[in-house]
Design a protein around this ligand. Structure first.
Ligand code: F6P
Length: 397
């Protein structure tokens, strides 16, 4: 099978930064808890929830052992993308996982998990999404019908934007943490930055707009993204809209094309106007107004500073690229120990075109927070940065 080769490892070099990358070697730090708590719990759950045979079970056990008490190994010799990962990981293989930058090891972990469960191997587990049952359960969970009915009935654009933002709380990775699912969203005071007016003004002034949305999670988040996409297309705020999806399962709940299809089906099966949304979006896909992309770089372990030329060229053609979720934010600004007041516009100046971030905060990195907001947040400890209770809408035009 002619597998897509992820850039053969040849990507532009990242610029030099004087701010260090975030790591996982501090026992009090967030990255450490993901490496030592969340990731082992995820491996155990994957092992327990699928009837994998001895080969897959052994591979999962040895991945667990490697992560917790050994050094990072390269992909197996038969892997179709081994060349790329060998180059990307040359500085990291042979070191303990906790010594490798957080952004890098976590991405590589999902690649290794797919290897362990035989995702790429012709046979019974070929291309079977190891996270599918969680995604499906969420799509049919309690409250989804009511949310869909309410959202499909509104033409209130701020409500749709807000649903797309807070939909990002529905990240199945939280299921494997010690903190559990975050609380339901509060009102505006849970927004640490809100530049939504700038976003709407730019779309109003820019018609005809070609909007890109780099999606994050499947399930509730993607449902909300689709309702927003439908609104933008229907109102003419977007002449075309391109959805970037993941080419394969990643970070548990990240949306693939299969998940998009499941969401369209879920909308079609819902009561009321949601079914109309599904029909309109399917037609828009057929007409080429709603475009689907699944770029290999979407599963690469690097920030967007290293995106390949074809992807940069595509983002350059968009009137606005909206990046959803925490991981995309980490990749946008670089997963670094920025001072939170560092201007968002400054750290995203390199991005090839106007860009917006819609994110609930689930990891340490953050930029563009005003001094006044920082001091009010300071009193609440560090939880606002990692627990998904707070959100942001940031825009750089
Ligand atoms: O789904 P999101 O919003 O990208 O969040 C995923 C987040 O969860 C974590 O993977 C932790 O497991 C973060 O590293 C990551 O940024």
């Amino acid at each position: 099978m002619p597998w897509p080769r992820p850039e053969s490892g040849d990507l532009p070099a990242a610029p030099a930064f004087d701010v260090p990358e975030l790591g996982s070697d501090d026992p009090g730090g967030f990255g450490w808890s993901v490496l030592h708590d969340r990731t082992p719990a995820l491996i155990a759950q994957v092992r327990d929830t699928r009837p994998y045979g001895p080969a897959q079970r052994r591979a999962l056990d040895s991945l667990l052992e490697e992560i917790t008490s050994s050094t990072m190994k390269p992909l197996g010799s038969g892997a179709h993308d081994r060349d790329a990962w060998d180059r990307w990981g040359a500085a990291y293989f042979g070191r303990p996982w906790g010594d490798v930058p957080f952004l890098w090891w976590e991405s590589y972990f999902y690649r290794r998990l797919l290897e362990a469960v035989g995702f790429f191997e012709p046979g019974p587990w070929f291309w079977l999404d190891p996270f599918d049952h969680w995604k499906t359960a969420e799509l049919h969970g309690p409250g989804v019908d009511a949310d869909l009915a309410a959202l499909a009935a509104t033409s209130e654009r701020q409500a749709l934007l807000s649903a797309s933002l807070w939909g990002n709380q529905a990240d199945l990775g939280f299921l494997f943490g010690s903190t559990g699912l975050p609380d339901a969203p509060g009102s505006g005071d849970r927004l640490v930055a809100d530049e939504s007016a700038l976003l709407w003004d730019a779309l109003e002034a820019g018609r005809p707009n070609h909007v890109g949305v780099v999606t994050d999670n499947a399930g509730r988040e993607l449902l909300a993204d689709l309702l927003l996409a439908d609104h933008l297309l229907e109102t003419g705020l977007a002449a075309t809209l391109t959805l970037h999806l993941k080419p394969r399962p990643y970070y548990v709940s990240d949306a693939t094309t299969a998940d998009l299809v499941a969401c369209l089906r879920r909308l079609a099966a819902a009561e009321g106007r949601a079914a109309d949304v599904s029909r309109r979006l399917s037609q828009a896909i057929g007409a080429g107004r709603l475009r689907l992309r699944a770029h290999e770089f979407s599963c690469a372990p690097w920030s967007f500073h290293r995106m390949p030329a074809d992807l940069a060229e595509e983002f350059r053609t968009f009137s606005l690229t909206v990046l959803k979720g925490d991981l995309n934010y980490r990749r946008l600004v670089g997963d670094r120990a920025w001072h939170p007041a560092t201007p968002f516009a400054e750290v995203t100046a390199y991005f090839p075109g106007p860009v917006a971030a819609l994110r609930t905060l689930k990891s340490d990195v953050v930029t563009g927070i005003s001094a006044a907001r920082l001091s009010s947040l300071g009193a609440s400890g560090r939880g606002w940065r990692t627990e998904g209770t707070h959100g942001l809408i940031q825009v750089r035009l």
